[in-house]
Design a protein around this ligand. Structure first.
Ligand SMILES: *Cc1c(COP(=O)(O)O)cnc(C)c1O
Length: 482
């Protein structure tokens, strides 16, 4: 969608779809929200959805589907092997990415398991712009290590760099020189980044990485899970791509990677995932693991209905109107918060709006999980469920010491085409109130701490009675309102 101009109103994003099916929401009273987050061990992953008003935990598997996707699901061809549905999906992947071979998986991390088992050996290095939780876990599980070589600016909260997700080419050169190309299992490009605020990577940077890798015989693997937003940003922010269609940009990206994998819980607004490549050699290496872990080669753990939905969803992703929706709503929310002086990652990225907890609750030390504490506090005062993306999402080192995260973010995801602008305004209003009362927010400490991916099931408690005081202040200010 090109910018829609408003003459009398302040310009705001315009939905290029209409809502035909709705789902009822509940907004439970503040005391019940406190009870719910306490029962969830102050971990927003453990909340029950019926207690949540706006679910901004993630965009994974919760983007709104289109009428065309639902219609396609009804004509799916069910069979264990060789279904027509698989052929339709495979053809769509070939058409869009121009890759000859497609391996289906049940979701994005399943691709990471297979890629890591095939290419990562003990001592291997995997350079990448930035890690994602599951991608790092699979690489380390196979004895490899992750090197983050994103540009320094990527970790600054506020910047006007349009491509904070770019790889620093000099850092990549230095890594190759220091360790030798043989040690590098592959270079992983995440387009766009998840943990550093949905920041995109430019087409030019991908081309530069690809050239350097190819000169050194290193494989380039693209994680395209968040590609839809990244395509929008390339079209909007990269001068050389202004006149290219989304389809042309997609193909140019694909031409500069050897292997592409994605989570269809994000890309294509469905559920599932897959890996594609034009190399028969790589295809054959990965193929046997698909049947071992995922299922037969023509479904890989997905239902035929989901495969139909992905095929249509990928086609719809080539529509600029469709992919604009997420980034434009995010930009609206980020701008509103930024104008109100609230610390938020800029420029606006994809995936969601990211509050900077290090600054929002600067009195909470990293050892008390400021982003996790902010997530619990925001739920109490609004019923909005966000996701901690900071130290809690890290893992302790071999000696059991905390690994403090570079950034302490509270991510408020905007699943595509799900929320209305008034709901976004409600969230902004409650965040502003919370910011004015931020001194009331205290830290958290673990009660139960799992060793691996602790942010999923860990249980915490507040370090003091701060949550009770927060509720008292809320009731004093909001009265009978929920
Ligand atoms: C979500 C995500 C994954 C993992 O995908 P799942 O389908 O959740 O397993 C991998 N990479 C990125 C960038 C993601 O956002």
């Amino acid at each position: 969608m090109s910018e829609i101009k408003f003459i009398y109103e302040k310009s705001s994003p315009l939905e290029m779809h209409k809502v035909r099916i709705v789902q009822k929401l509940n907004l439970i009273p503040v005391e019940e929200r406190l009870k719910a987050i306490t029962e969830a061990g102050n971990n927003t992953f453990l909340l029950k959805n019926r207690d949540v008003f706006m679910d901004m935990l993630t965009d994974s598997g919760v983007n709104a589907m289109s009428d065309q996707q639902l219609a396609a699901m009804m004509v799916a061809d069910d069979s264990y092997a060789g279904s027509e549905t698989f052929t339709r999906l495979e053809d769509k992947i070939k058409e869009i990415f121009g890759k000859k071979y497609f391996l289906p998986t049940h979701q994005g991390r399943a691709c990471e398991n297979i890629l890591s088992q095939v290419y990562v050996k003990p001592g291997s290095i995997v350079p990448m712009n930035y890690h994602f939780t599951t991608s790092k876990a699979h690489i380390t599980l196979n004895g490899g290590s992750v090197e983050e070589i994103v540009s320094d600016e990527a970790l600054e909260i506020n910047s006007d760099n349009p491509f904070k997700g770019n790889i620093d080419i000099d850092k990549l050169k230095a890594l190759i020189e220091a360790h030798g190309a043989e040690k590098i299992a592959f270079v992983r490009l995440e387009a766009g980044t998840n943990l550093i605020g949905g920041q995109p990577i430019s087409l030019q940077n991908m081309k530069d990485v690809y050239k350097l890798c190819h000169d050194n015989g290193i494989l380039v693997v693209l994680d395209a899970s968040l590609l839809a937003d990244n395509l929008y940003f390339i079209k909007q922010r990269e001068e050389a791509c202004r006149d290219m269609t989304i389809r042309e940009i997609t193909r140019a990206i694909a031409d500069h990677s050897d292997i592409i994998y994605f989570s269809a819980r994000k890309l294509g607004c469905a559920r599932g995932g897959g890996i594609c490549t034009s190399s028969e050699e790589h295809y054959l290496k990965m193929r046997e693991l698909i049947t071992l872990y995922e299922g037969f080669l023509t479904y890989g753990g997905m239902s035929v209905r989901e495969m139909e939905a992905i095929a249509v969803g990928l086609e719809e992703t080539m529509d600029f109107d469709m992919i604009s929706q997420g980034p434009q709503f995010i930009a609206y929310m980020v701008d509103k918060l930024y104008e109100a002086g609230i610390p938020v990652v800029t420029p606006p990225g994809g995936l969601g709006c990211h509050l900077d907890a290090k600054s929002f609750v600067s009195h909470i030390p990293q050892s008390q999980y400021p982003a996790g504490a902010l997530a619990a506090a925001l739920f109490i005062v609004s019923g909005v469920r966000g996701m901690e993306r900071g130290t809690l999402s890290e893992q302790r080192d071999e000696n059991g010491n905390e690994v403090y995260s570079n950034m302490e973010l509270l991510r408020l995801a905007l699943p595509r085409r799900v929320f209305t602008l008034s709901q976004v305004n409600y969230a902004v209003d409650r965040i502003r109130w919370l910011y004015d009362n931020r001194h009331l927010v205290g830290g958290l400490t673990f009660v139960e701490e799992p060793k691996v991916l602790r942010f999923f099931f860990g249980r915490l408690k507040p370090v003091s009675d701060w949550q009770i005081k927060l509720v008292e202040k809320f009731k004093a200010d909001f009265g009978d309102s929920l």
